[in-house]
Design a protein around this ligand. Structure first.
Ligand SMILES: [Zn+2]
Ligand SMILES: [Zn+2]
Length: 355
């Protein structure tokens, strides 16, 4: 009887940890074509919420780049690179899907989660290509849901985001805010700046909703990435109106990560790439990306073992802190055949010695 009680207790623990892991979420916000010099490059001038309120909660990767000409500094290729972890020199009119699997396909193929748990909300119609790739063995069967149109009004996109979060609670949510790019192409500096200020506020409101614990999202179970599909020409290459080449303005994008697994109040000035986002999402949500070519911005999970040096300054040494909060034991993480899609946490009531 004692043995069966122990087994029951162990099963209960495994269930709790699996349930906790399943509750983890990622939100990727892509601000379409804001130039670094008008976002974090200008301090808090145009993005007071991102700079003053959200940056202290996360890690700013101040030198995140698109590797032009492998990667194109236009909309469809930029979003596809974010989602696949590979450079995607595809058509920019929405006629070509990503050629490598998206994070939606990876997680759905591996974990079997519902389609509605992967969502794209977009201010541009052509971005319906982002739901799945043409890669053999993946594709529509593992694709995401999509909602969007061409109104390019970030207020309307924001309303759609809230409605999707409320009704579907996606585990991976990719958002395109299109108004900044639209205003840039119109060549109106004031509209361009006011769109940046506007999206700064919408992103802040989304994070506040997460912090408030609305719809099951919390700052402990959700990681948010705020980035760009591309920048815009710097002033010596034609200025803010257009984009698409390899100039510094086009290739320099913003990347702020915050929430679960991310070190607060940190700036990493080392060069990182747009294609590093997808593998980071894979590490955070425990799925593999066999075809991607970026590097996770976090270090490997073993560095979360107490006592082991953390070589990546971007890693929060307490990636699983919320679990430790509940069960204050030391832990190692292994992937087993029985739980191939989740990590099994084994808890020891004594410290492990790690050399
Ligand atoms: Zn764009
Ligand atoms: Zn340029």
């Amino acid at each position: 009887m004692k043995l069966s009680s122990a087994v029951l207790l162990l099963l209960t623990f495994i269930f709790l940890f699996t349930a906790t892991l399943l509750a983890q979420n990622v939100i990727i916000v892509v601000v379409d074509g804001s130039r670094y010099s008008e976002t974090f490059g200008a301090g808090n001038k145009y993005i007071p919420h991102l700079y003053n309120d959200l940056k202290p909660l996360g890690t700013l990767y101040s030198n995140c780049r698109i590797n032009h000409p492998k990667g194109y500094t236009v909309t469809c290729p930029g979003h596809a690179a974010v989602e696949t972890g590979t450079w995607q020199p595809i058509d920019n009119n929405g006629n070509e899907r990503p050629t490598k699997p998206t994070i939606f396909e990876y997680i759905r193929k591996e974990d079997g989660i519902a389609k509605s748990k992967c969502y794209v909300v977009s201010g541009k119609k052509k971005l319906n290509i982002l739901t799945y790739s043409t890669y053999k063995g993946y594709g529509s069967e593992y694709g995401a849901k999509w909602v969007g149109d061409d109104n390019k009004d970030d207020g309307q996109t924001y309303n759609k985001v809230i409605s999707v979060m409320k009704n579907y609670k996606p585990k991976i949510l990719v958002i395109n805010f299109a108004q900044v790019d639209n205003a840039g192409h119109d060549g109106n500096w004031n509209d361009y700046i006011s769109a940046i200020k506007g999206v700064d506020n919408y992103i802040y409101k989304i994070w506040k909703q997460v912090e408030n614990g609305d719809w099951g999202y919390t700052s402990k179970n959700t990681t948010m990435f705020i980035t760009n599909d591309h920048g815009r020409h710097d002033d010596s290459h034609g200025g803010f109106e257009n984009h698409g080449d390899g100039c510094d303005g086009c290739t320099h994008i913003m990347l702020l990560a915050l929430g679960r697994g991310i070190t607060p109040d940190k700036t990493i000035n080392n060069r990182t790439w747009q294609i590093d986002i997808a593998p980071t999402v894979g590490e955070l949500l425990s799925f593999d990306l066999p075809v991607q070519s970026g590097n996770s911005l976090l270090s490997s999970i073993e560095s979360t073992i107490p006592g082991k040096n953390n070589s990546n300054p971007g890693l929060n040494p307490s990636t699983n802190k919320y679990i430790e909060d509940i069960f204050p034991f030391w832990q190692i993480t292994v992937t087993t055949k029985f739980f191939p899609r989740q990590s099994l946490f084994i808890f020891y009531p004594f410290p492990l010695s790690v050399s």
